[in-house]
Write a protein that binds this ligand. Structure first.
Ligand SMILES: [Zn+2]
Ligand SMILES: [Zn+2]
Length: 342
């Protein structure tokens, strides 16, 4: 204790800051014992790049990810006496191409990748968290029942937007949001079903721009959430409590209250992540997240340990075809000295 299962660095991700080694040193300084390095998976189409990547080709993203793996591996050894670093990949599931190519990457790099953070950042082909305008575009394409794209491939590639005003979020109709949420949770189910990720990344990222939307009264959505949670619980995956939402203006971490409570009541395993994108994000808002989780009755948390180096009695298997990590329970987690100076 404590742990984080999800992080990025500016060395291998254009929307993050700082070198990976500096991020690791900061995690050590703060007293993290387990820290997951989970750089974003490469994306495979020009329309899936982001504006800051407009000078790159999708093949460059693959090269960058492979460089990340070799750097992470050497840091894991270099700092082994100070911190347990685990190496991961945060997925996307934009189209089937992501599933096919990422599966191939995982197969080739099985020696180097300890686990997957399974995240959905796109609905109907469009980024939902890049900004409010791409989110609005995604909602629009859901309503039209069409696949869209984040970027116009150009050349040169550029961000392709339909809306100009962020205020349109306030004018969204309930039924539009429901179609969007329906597609998000179906896409997430695909991801869960096919990859069986060890960690489910920010389960309700779909609510980023609409945190107060009351989806619980919609039976269809609530049932889909339950379906997704149960599938993860069935193979023993972990749901991350992710503190990044707090820096984005939420007053809870992901997942929001109703979903967190449902996970707990179904017996799901919660773990911790800071989703850091640079030194200043390491452990950011962790104390607030702890207070939220304690408030919601999260009495035990789980974390990943390497099945090769570190197994103990009581560790639980995650039933997928990788088997490189086990889940370990920690009771009394909120009393750990780590929190004293947070
Ligand atoms: Zn990121
Ligand atoms: Zn993410």
């Amino acid at each position: 204790m404590p742990h984080s299962h999800h992080s990025h660095s500016g060395q291998f991700c254009r929307h993050a800051k700082d070198n990976l080694e500096e991020v690791v040193q900061e995690a050590i300084r703060q007293g993290f014992q387990v820290y997951g390095l989970s750089e974003h998976a490469p994306r495979y189409r020009v329309e899936d790049l982001f504006p800051e990547e407009a000078d790159l080709q999708p093949s460059d993203l693959l090269k960058i990810y492979l460089e990340f793996l070799s750097t992470a591996k050497s840091l894991k050894l270099k700092y082994a006496s100070k911190i347990k670093l685990l190496i991961s990949i945060e997925t996307d599931y934009i189209t089937e191409i992501d599933f096919i190519k990422t599966s191939k990457l995982l197969k080739n790099e099985i020696q180097n990748i300890d686990y997957i953070v399974g995240s959905v950042h796109h609905v109907n082909g469009i980024s939902i968290d890049f900004n409010k305008l791409t989110f609005l575009k995604s909602i629009k394409y859901c309503k039209k029942n069409e696949q869209g794209r984040t970027m116009n491939p150009g050349p040169p590639p550029f961000l392709e937007l339909d809306s100009e005003s962020e205020e349109e979020i306030e004018d969204l109709k309930e039924e539009e949001i429901i179609i969007f949420l329906n597609n998000y949770f179906d896409q997430q189910f695909n991801l869960i079903y096919k990859f069986k990720p060890e960690i489910i990344g920010h389960f309700d990222l779909c609510l980023l721009w609409i945190p107060n939307f009351n989806f619980k009264k919609n039976k269809l959505i609530w049932e889909k959430i339950k379906r997704n949670l149960k599938k993860v619980i069935e193979y023993g995956g972990l749901f991350e409590a992710n503190s990044a939402s707090l820096r984005k203006g939420w007053n809870t971490s992901y997942p929001s209250k109703d979903i967190l409570n449902l996970i707990v009541s179904l017996g799901g395993k919660i773990c911790l992540s800071d989703d850091s994108h640079g030194i200043s994000y390491v452990g950011l808002n962790y104390k607030k997240m702890r207070d939220y989780l304690v408030d919601q009755g999260v009495t035990e948390i789980w974390y990943l340990v390497s099945s090769v180096e570190d197994m103990q009695e009581g560790d639980e298997e995650i039933k997928n075809d990788r088997g490189k990590v086990f889940a370990r329970k920690m009771v009394g987690w909120d009393k750990h000295p780590f929190w004293n100076d947070k």
